[in-house]
Ligand binder design. Sequence first.
Ligand SMILES: O=c1ccn([C@H]2C[C@H](O)[C@@H](COP(=O)(O)OP(=O)(O)OP(=O)(O)O)O2)c(=O)[nH]1
Length: 185
Amino acid sequence: MCEEYHLISPFERQLIRQVEDRRIISCGLSSYGYDCRLAKDEFKVFSPIQGTEVDPKNFNPNNLLDIPLRTAADGSQYWLLPPHSYALGVTIEQFQMPRNVTAIALGKSTYARCGLIQNTTPLEADWKGRLVIELYNAANLPVRLYAEEGFVQIIFFESDEDCAVSYRDRAGKYQGQSGLTLAKV
Ligand SMILES: O=c1ccn([C@H]2C[C@H](O)[C@@H](COP(=O)(O)OP(=O)(O)OP(=O)(O)O)O2)c(=O)[nH]1
């Protein structure tokens, strides 16, 4: 489906653990799923400095801060998510879900073992876009989040039949999101 219908693009047909001589957090194809990479273009952290309150019906973009992207000794780039902080990131990959496929995004074990909780989230049948992922650092230490490396895994479910009403049929709000789209009603 990735090759014929562009279900995931860009698509890596195997799991990647290394780029040139640098070890990375794995990304690409797994057995029944796919590990996505965290995009470098948009990453935001909740902050009370400019923020007011978080209202899902009227989201204030000032609740979110851009934080600096740092460079490690081996050339990899990362953001430092402060302890007990919540951030929004987006996948590099663009999805084009068929009408008979739905999926769930889950955390990666490597990050889970570092204190990070990725929000479990659906990719609905016929939804199209880049996936926004919410990240919580539950640890009492800062956690590195590496840009352009694996950070979330998607498990896919295929049905024998097309769904009766798809996300696109329902005119879902997040249809076609191409970047870090904030909560809306
Ligand atoms: O954390 C998330 C959750 C969902 N999505 C995308 C994929 C999903 O198919 C679509 C709709 O998700 P959901 O049904 O959870 O959104 P909603 O809050 O119920 O909005 P709507 O009223 O548009 O259904 O948005 C994300 O990018 N990030």
